[in-house]
Design a binder for this molecule. Structure first.
Ligand code: ATP
Ligand code: MG
Length: 416
């Protein structure tokens, strides 16, 4: 994409009504636009990052045997009443609406009940199980406080995977596999080294659940980390019983602020039994189905990356989720420089290298400042030097280091 075609412009000033670093940087760089508190549009640059994160998650969920589907956002009241979650007293984040004939509907804040209700039409035999289904879609929650930019939205993207298993062993085996696959997702998004699998409350089946918490002062959570074991425990369950269950010792732990980027929990038969979702075993005997829920806050994950991987100049995207692989920047008005940069741009397009080409007729300083703000992982600068020596200047956004290369080896490295 040519930067002169990008309709969004970078801004020097932070938006007046934003306090979080992720919203300030993402707005200034042209990734998102605020519609109202907790509700953001994703502009072309932002959408590229969001889709890359979604695809990483998709690949890892598919590797777990997950099948993707899309459920509805408009949801039936009677389905929600089955386990008692329609009542505003039990769920305080509801957005509800009505049809013209006054029939009440809910706007999905999650899809636990919906998926179980749906499966009653398809699952009845031991042969239908185990089953792993997931969706990546918008959820609506009327959150009380939304000061954390895209990390806490009233409309946001979540990945939810649901497991349906026959036995505890089958469930536990999948649960452990899911833990590993979650860590892979966070590593690929560049935050693996500061994200901890954390003991937490909230499991229906086993009393405990696990959260994935990324260390950050911008976080709303408090966790206690064992850096050697790469494990942590949430403040909610930080007592003798919790510590014993987690296999952690008080003295080995340090208190940290963190962001919950995902969670996994065993729900047992909390939803399946009330919906009469059972299966017949090999002997024709009716059996309960164990359910598990595995969430990742997709847009929150994007905001988290910005919170933890940025500097005073702007965002620092990890390679795998950088909006483009390369930021090609031409310097000056020299006809031959422009010609060379144009040629390189066309070559990249032909070779399938994703490139943002700053072809604008503006000062070098402005181009570099914008490039730092947008944060594409690799920058390729084309100026007089490139013309004279045939050597191209490559700058790594994360380390700030500049190296020289020739076009051929650069293409070889970045070609998919
Ligand atoms: P929190 O305690 O932060 O409100 P939660 O316990 O309500 O999270 P879940 O309902 O389990 O979260 O949702 C799964 C994941 O979705 C969370 O781990 C988090 O990453 C993300 N998430 C939850 N609420 C929001 C929100 N309002 N905006 C963006 N992401 C969210
Ligand atoms: Mg919540």
């Amino acid at each position: 994409m040519r930067q002169s075609d990008l309709f969004t412009k970078t801004r020097k000033e932070a938006p007046k009504d934003e306090v979080s670093k992720n919203a300030i940087l993402l707005t200034r760089a042209g990734f998102i636009n605020k519609e109202m508190a907790g509700v953001y549009s994703y502009l072309p640059l932002g959408l590229k990052v969001l889709k890359k994160i979604e695809n990483i998650i998709r690949e890892e969920m598919n590797a777990l045997g997950g099948k993707e589907l899309v459920l509805t956002s408009l949801q039936r009241k009677d389905v929600w009443e089955k386990v008692g979650r329609w009542d505003d007293k039990n769920v305080d984040v509801w957005f509800k609406t009505k049809l013209k004939d006054n029939v009440e509907l809910g706007l999905g804040f999650t899809h636990d009940e919906q998926i179980v209700n749906l499966l009653t039409e398809y699952v009845s035999s031991y042969k239908d199980l185990p089953l792993y289904l997931y969706q990546i879609q918008t959820k609506f929650r009327n959150e009380l406080r939304v000061k954390s930019g895209i990390m806490r939205g009233r409309e946001f993207v979540m990945k939810d995977l649901y497991s349906f298993t026959r036995t505890e062993e089958e469930q536990d085996e999948f649960y452990e596999k899911a833990k590993k696959s979650y860590m892979k997702v966070f590593s690929r998004c560049g935050i693996g080294d500061i994200t901890f699998c954390t003991f937490a409350s909230g499991g229906t089946f086993s009393k405990y659940s696990h959260e994935f918490q990324t260390l950050s002062l911008a976080g709303e959570d408090i966790i206690y980390v064992d850096e050697k074991k790469n494990l942590a425990i949430n403040k909610d369950v930080f007592d003798e019983e919790g510590l014993v269950t987690a296999g952690l010792k008080r003295d080995d732990l340090v208190e940290r602020k963190s962001i919950e980027v995902g969670n996994i929990f065993k729900q047992g038969t909390k939803y399946t039994d009330p919906f009469n979702l059972y299966y017949q075993d090999e002997n024709g005997k009716k059996q309960s189905i164990l359910m598990g829920g595995y969430g990742i806050g997709v847009t929150r994950l994007m905001g988290t990356v910005v919170e933890v991987l940025s500097d005073d100049k702007g965002i620092i995207w990890p390679e795998e989720i950088s909006p483009f692989q390369v930021h090609l920047v031409s310097l000056g008005n020299d006809e031959n420089v422009i010609k060379l940069a144009d040629e390189i741009y066309k070559t990249f397009q032909k070779e399938g290298i994703e490139v943002l080409y700053d072809d604008r007729n503006v000062r070098a300083g402005e181009k570099f400042a914008d490039s730092d703000l947008i944060g594409i992982s690799t920058r390729l600068v084309i100026g007089d030097k490139a013309l004279e020596s045939k050597k191209l200047e490559v700058k790594d956004r994360s380390s700030g280091q500049t190296t020289e290369t020739d076009l051929k080896s650069f293409i070889k490295k970045f070609k998919k």
